[in-house]
Design a protein. Sequence first.
Length: 214
Amino acid sequence: MAPFTLPPVYPILDTATLDRLGLDPIAAAEAFIEGGANILQIRHKTFWSRETFSLAENIAALCESAGITFVVNDRADYAAILGAALHLGQDDLSPADARRVIGPDTILGFSTHNPDQMAAAEKAAVQYVAFGPVFPTVSKERPDPTVGIAGLKAGRALTQKPLVAIGGITRDNAFTCWSAGADSVAVIADLYPNPCTKKTLRDRMTEWKNLTPR
């Protein structure tokens, strides 16, 4: 399993958020890439129709052309078909079972929410681990308890893998996450300005890119 370096900002292309704001996901993906994203995850929490798969396929092609990592959330089967990286939550396939679908070398990330889950993830065949929610989040219907910055520091001490801080992260609190040892911060809500247009989304991604500590 090859090592993986996480970019400091991990943008999430959340289809529910884009639908609510009235912006086409392809335009959003182009805006993220033009704004300087080095990784891009598609997060689609409802049924994957043929239209959804076609959308993901087009975004995968955009990411490949830009030379950045494309990540599929939850779905090992579609990640395998698309040749994409995969990110799993605690209620998805286990990392070991996902490996049976995506193979031994595909980039695989895994979300954790407490020390026991983090300790288990440290032993799993994953390239990076997410931990949180660090702050209150509106992006999950039933979020786990917040861990805070102290919890993030404790989580950092439990793993040698690259660490993504997740949950409620904004431009105002991102530096506290990086300072606590996070290699990257995953962002949903604070990436989507309102009004949300291709230009405002690109500008917001550039703002995040310029904010990073390295």
